[in-house]
Design a protein around this ligand. Sequence first.
Ligand SMILES: [Fe+2]
Ligand SMILES: [Fe+2]
Length: 326
Amino acid sequence: MNVLSQITLQYALDNIVDLVVITDMKSVIQYVNPAFLKITGYTAEEVLGQKPSIQKSVHTTADTYRQMWEVILAGGWWRGEIINQKKSGELWHSNLSISQIRDDQGTPFAYIGISRDITEMKRLEQQIFDMGIEAIYMLAMAAEAKDNVTGSHLQRVRFYSEAIARELGLSEQEAVEIGYSSMMHDVGKLHIPDAILQKTGKLTPEEWNEMKRHPEKGAAILGEKSFFQTARDIAACHHEHWDGTGYPAGKRGTQIPLCSRIVAVADVFDALTSSRSYKNAWPGEVARAKISEGKGRHFDPKVADAFDQLYKRNVINDIMRKYPIE
Ligand SMILES: [Fe+2]
Ligand SMILES: [Fe+2]
């Protein structure tokens, strides 16, 4: 390496906005660049000779670090997001790339980590997500208000559905998506006349036929964008039954999207345990037995079993307590 390229390298490391950390093979820090000091709040004296783990927060799992080392030791670049801690204790989101540095013979002699502070980007991402959820909630509330159903019904159905999805082994991301999408299950009621929704007596066959159109109306309101696919499936199929006796299409078994089979259990359980103009609230145990009874008929047996497990472990009761029935 000639003098010029050495100067250029040092200059680059000292001046880039990304944080650079170089350690020896024992993970002892040999170099950090000014950007590192600026973001983390440490002085060079405080970090040189230490290990990068001084920045560790409890928010990055041991599993993430294990995967990181697997990739690095195999000679690759590990790239991922971790949450680190500054000297002050404040957390920051790091988009990190880390790898071994090898000599001409291919023998590793150091590690280099390059990270970017993405805290602000993460905050904005979260804000956009929260705004989306809020808009979904408001739209769902507008539909439910027509039916005198309260916001706490939506919250309970949301978190029952999320818990069932997790219990069935779906990923965290899928569970969360099924949860918030479930709030729009009855959005199609916006198109159903109040006279039908609020009628206390028995519906005439014509009125009932009109009522049964709320799933397709809901799916139509949710448009065609791919990010509402789960919400559309739930709106369209939450009244389908496992044995094919539901509406509107009479789909059966796995023809019914899993998200809809999940919300069907959550929605029915909540309707049973809530009081409506035509019925009193049922005790939780009685509603639970009703769900089990519907296994293989109204409900997907696996979903009903997952619900029962959650009930047994008090997860359902905890959600009920958190979002009480008004
Ligand atoms: Fe419905
Ligand atoms: Fe509902």
